[in-house]
Design a protein around this ligand. Structure first.
Ligand code: NDP
Length: 398
């Protein structure tokens, strides 16, 4: 039984708080801290105030250290924004506490997703005898675990992976993002990179489109190739992979709005002068767009996120498709959030369970594919995200 500190009271933080509160056998004391304490209090009220709340600026290391010393958690779950990752890791180092997050560090002024900054903490975490688990969401997170499962159980050699993320849900709003709009738009508008023959190959944002026929009644949808951070760690740790691509579905309506916003400069991440004040257009845009949390009661439909791994088994070519289907309305009924926050928050809690029960625990900085995938997936299903494996079969080359 462990005390836990969750930092970040957004869409994902709400799911993490709910799910931890369902598992009192593991999480005996729960503190939820964020920049705006009233948001923590609103989540605590949903849980009949059975958790503690606190205010913290996670960019302020001394403030974080003081909070960690006061709460004395065994683990800090960081579900604030990627900009806070290094500050929270620094505070964990100073206090000797384990760390977990769901998205890799990204500097505010460049949309540059890479693990180098966090991997640089390897020696210091090892020396301090503490663990950091990076990217324990769905993608990154479960997609890394699915790839590790393909490598462990279904294929002798994994040669190619296609990670495919479909949101077949609809919220009925003219334009909204399902998670933090700033992070989402930075990711989608970044230059695309995919892994091919030992290097990342660049292509213009959203320039490669395929149609994929999703299972379980979802049907064909347009998918666009994007760069996504899990490819960097997966190809490092499973070096037989010659090609790795990431695909995400977007509706024509979403892309039309995004194109206009980009054309008029509203997605810029640099400062501009406005009425004698400096503003960052994408941050201003975030203030105008619907709060992703408000989409919970409106969103209907399903998500389907998974990995097609191709390679060889017993000398024969073979493919395996491993995926999860998650229903927006069922998530809302359970934790008052839609499936995007749910599919991120549940794996964060399962990662925490792995660490706190010692099933995945070793000093240093780790990515999800480096541990045994089966123990993780055994916990993930009962926690709300069951895995479907289609071993064999044919899928079109993407
Ligand atoms: P939200 O914007 O809804 O929530 C972020 C929360 O962090 C807000 O409560 C915000 O506070 C808080 N916060 C921001 N800055 C600070 C700070 N300096 N100090 C303390 N708290 C701060 O984001 P989401 O919940 O949608 O996303 C959370 C994380 O999950 C992000 O890192 C995102 O990239 C990641 N993610 C990962 C996915 C995966 O599959 N791996 C998928 C989706 C998201 P305030 O309320 O005051 O703004």
């Amino acid at each position: 039984m462990s005390t836990i500190l969750i930092i970040g009271a957004g869409g994902v933080g709400q799911v993490v708080a709910h799910k931890c509160a369902q598992r009192r056998d593991i999480f005996s004391e729960i503190t939820l801290a964020s920049r705006t304490k009233s948001k923590c209090d609103a989540i605590a009220a949903q849980l009949n105030n059975t958790i503690t709340t606190a205010q913290v600026d996670a960019d302020n290391i001394p403030e974080l250290v003081a909070l960690i010393k006061q709460v004395q958690p065994k683990l800090v779950i960081n579900v604030a924004l990627p900009y806070q990752d290094l500050h929270i890791m620094d505070a964990c180092l100073e206090t000797g506490v384990d760390y977990l997050d769901t998205a890799n560090y990204e500097p505010l002024d460049t949309a540059k997703f890479e693990y180098s900054w966090q991997w640089a903490y390897q020696d210091r975490f090892k020396q301090a005898g503490i663990m950091a688990l990076l990217g324990s969401g769905f993608d990154p997170g479960v997609t890394n675990v699915y790839t590790a499962l393909a490598a462990k159980k279904y294929l002798d050699v994994v040669e190619e992976i296609d990670i495919i993320d479909a949101n077949a849900g609809s919220h009925g709003q003219p334009f909204a993002t399902n998670f933090n709009p700033e992070i989402n738009i930075r990711e989608v508008t970044a230059v695309c990179r995919h892994w091919e023959n030992g290097r990342f190959v660049e292509s213009p944002p959203l320039s490669t489109k395929r149609v994929f026929d999703f299972p379980e009644g979802i049907g064909p949808m347009n998918c666009y190739r994007l760069y996504h951070e899990e490819m960097e760690s997966i190809v490092k740790h499973i070096p037989t992979i010659k090609k790795a691509q990431f695909w995400m579905t977007f509706s024509d309506n979403y892309l039309k709005h995004l194109e206009v916003l980009q054309n008029v400069g509203m997605t810029r991440i640099d400062e501009v002068e406005f009425n004698g004040q400096k503003i960052v257009p994408i941050q201003f845009l975030k203030a105008l767009l619907p709060d992703p949390g408000s989409l919970g009661p409106l969103t209907k439909g399903k998500t389907c996120i998974g990995v097609i791994a191709r390679g060889t088994k017993d000398g024969q070519k073979r493919q395996v498709y491993i995926y999860n289907i998650c229903d927006h309305e069922a998530c809302y009924k359970e934790v008052q959030s839609q499936a995007i926050s749910y599919t991120t928050g549940v794996p964060a809690v399962v990662g925490a369970i792995m660490m706190l029960t010692g099933k995945w625990h070793e000093a240093g900085v780790w990515n999800m594919e480096q541990f045994d995938p089966e123990v993780f997936l055994k916990e993930l299903g009962p926690m709300g995200l069951p895995t479907v494996v289609v071993d064999g079969g044919e899928w079109p080359e993407l």
